[in-house]
Write a protein that binds this ligand. Structure first.
Ligand code: AMP
Length: 364
């Protein structure tokens, strides 16, 4: 069985690492020569628009998936005409545009912050009368890790924030005064089998995920499962999905969803009975899903910009290190570590040690 993956970064790499014990082999399409997953399978080296390479990928893979959502819609459709592609291109189309995504979430009964599409400075000034301050101005497409976003605190921020967008289509959203950010990682197989991981509680800084922690028996679990089920079934979705949510006054408000395995689910490698990566493969190959139960309490810490010495990370009790094989570069996720303990109290001091190491190398 061979799985084709668009993209050869760390997510593709962790999918491949999960697939090897199941006898699955991989072929990656990625434009960069040293893409970090490509030591684990065949590498089609070239552009995502190259139809010769896409046709070869479709021919050599039994099923194709991807590790990022900004796959051009025509590429996903080209592939889908030649082979099975999971998740299907419709999920990509919704997730790629923040306006389409928010419209869709509201249509299916998942609340979001107030938002409005804006296409000029005067349009933005007008929208702010309805949205109110503070707010966030974001590009509608191609944004990730907080890129292309600015916080609007007062009318004096509008001009400079608008200039920064450089004419790209945008959306303005009310700033949510959340008490917590959580995400739910869920999975649906070709046969429609569903499974949900315990919530992840996430800490972002400058729009980039820093720390995720598993939350067993969380009071928001049922609500999050209800929302993500609506999303999975209305998209007829196959594979792992991540729905990012803000908690406000015992309610959940959706921020966005990612139609793929997600950084806030990396803790599942050591912290759940079956990782998100293995379950993604099981789902798209229509194998029975594995248990999503957590094993103790787990925290995941991202190393951004650089990585600490392995010896120092591994000296922390119950810690596992994942180096992505990527060169260090400002703001780049190059590794993560997971630490597991029996409960919150025993986890906390170990997590703090890991965060201190992450802060030493963090250049973002
Ligand atoms: P995004 O790129 O939309 O996932 O945003 C990255 C991070 O910015 C989120 O995880 C939040 O920490 C913050 N953020 C984004 N949108 C909002 C919002 N409307 N209100 C408050 N914080 C936000």
């Amino acid at each position: 069985m061979k799985v084709g993956i668009l993209g050869g970064g760390q997510l593709a790499r962790m999918i491949a690492l999960a697939g090897y014990p199941l006898g699955i082999r991989f072929i990656f399409l990625d434009p960069s020569v040293g893409a970090c997953a490509t030591t684990l399978g065949d590498h089609l080296h070239g552009d995502y628009h190259n139809e010769t390479l896409l046709a070869e990928l479709a021919k050599r893979a039994d099923v194709v998936t991807y590790e990022f959502e900004n796959v051009p819609a025509n590429v996903a459709e080209f592939l889908a005409a030649h082979t099975s592609v999971y998740p299907a291109p419709n999920a990509l189309a919704v997730a790629q545009d923040r306006l389409v995504e928010k419209d869709f979430l509201n249509e299916i009964g998942i609340p979001t912050a107030l938002y409005q599409a804006v296409d000029s400075l005067s349009n933005l000034q007008q929208a702010m009368q309805r949205i109110g301050y503070p707010a966030i101005l974001k590009t509608r497409t191609q944004g990730y890790d907080g890129k292309g976003q600015s916080v609007l605190r007062s009318a004096s921020d509008l001009h400079s924030s608008w200039q920064k967008l450089d004419g790209l289509p945008a959306i303005v959203e009310g700033f949510v005064a959340f008490s917590r950010e959580v995400s739910i990682i869920a999975v649906r197989s070709v046969s429609g089998e569903l499974a949900f991981y315990p919530l992840s509680e996430n800490v972002h800084r400058e729009g980039i995920l820093r720390v995720s922690e598993s939350c067993e028996n969380d009071s928001m679990q049922a609500k999050a499962e209800d929302y993500v089920t609506k999303l999975l079934t209305s998209l007829n979705y196959v594979g792992v999905i991540a729905l990012e949510l803000f908690e406000v006054n015992d309610e959940l408000i959706a921020n966005e969803f990612a139609p793929r395995v997600h950084n806030s689910g990396h803790w599942t490698i050591e912290g759940a009975e079956t990782s998100q990566f293995e379950n993604h493969l099981r789902a798209i190959l229509d194998l029975p899903l594995g248990s999503t139960k957590s094993v103790g309490k787990t925290a995941m810490v991202n190393f951004i910009g650089g990585k600490p010495e392995s010896e120092r990370v591994l000296a922390i009790e119950n810690t596992h290190l994942h180096l992505y094989g990527k060169a260090s570069r400002k703001g780049r996720k190059v590794a993560h570590a997971t630490v597991r303990a029996a409960n919150h109290d025993t986890l906390e001091p170990l997590k703090k040690k890991l965060i201190a190491l992450a802060n030493e190398v963090d250049d973002s």
